[in-house]
Design a protein around this ligand. Sequence first.
Ligand code: 9D3
Length: 253
Amino acid sequence: MRVDIITLFPSMFQGPFDESIIKRARKKGILEINLHNLREFAYNKHRTVDDLPFGGGVGMVMKPEPLFEAVGKIKTQTDAPSRVILLSPQGIPFCQEKAKELAKKGALLLICGHYEGVDERVREHLVDEEISLGDYVLTGGELAAMVIVDVVARMLPGVLGCEDSAKEDSFYHGLLDYPQWTRPADFCGWQVPEVLLSGNHYQIKLWRRKKMLEVTLRKRPDLLKKIKPSQADKQLLREVKKRLADANKVTKS
Ligand code: 9D3
């Protein structure tokens, strides 16, 4: 996959894209990231990329010309038509499902906004879709772009060590992960659950599934409402709910 990123601050990306899994994906040639400094596409004397908003008001607005120039230039560099994405607070909130959709594209072109916003004509005539990270205010779209590249990259075939690791993710099941332990089995007197040391793989699988349901029920009941539990899951959920209700009775009395 080819990812082009238009930003006023290309050096912000150096850390996250030069470590760990993303670094390896780039080395393997599975992921190609090209950073473009928006200022290089501002052809006026002072290389201005922003200006005052028409109608007045606080803050600056990103000018359209440098953005159209940058996207135009990048589109000539690649045969694969890039999906042009604007990162902005007005976008659709990013999620695993959206990442899955983006991971199927050959090329992405991410535009990082900065200042108070971008000229509306960019949205209307240059951008295919607008994505937000969530309902909080960032200083710009750069961190959002990094998050999107990170999430999408680990879905690309060959990026994770084991092909299936991405499919095993909690959000693929729609449930949160089960708790995990490693050695030592006894740490400061705190014991690892007996079943995990038993070697009984059927019991371990069942226990983990039950824990996933329990953790999700306790911490993110909204996620449980979205999944379609199997008959086995329904039985496990009944057990979990009964135990939680019983525990509640004990604390109350
Ligand atoms: C919502 C705040 N706006 C009120 C006038 C001004 C504003 C502040 C900061 C507009 C844009 C920004 C910069 N943020 C992004 O570019 C951004 C973002 C975000 O702030 N939250 C969640 N996702 C994203 S993606 C890009």
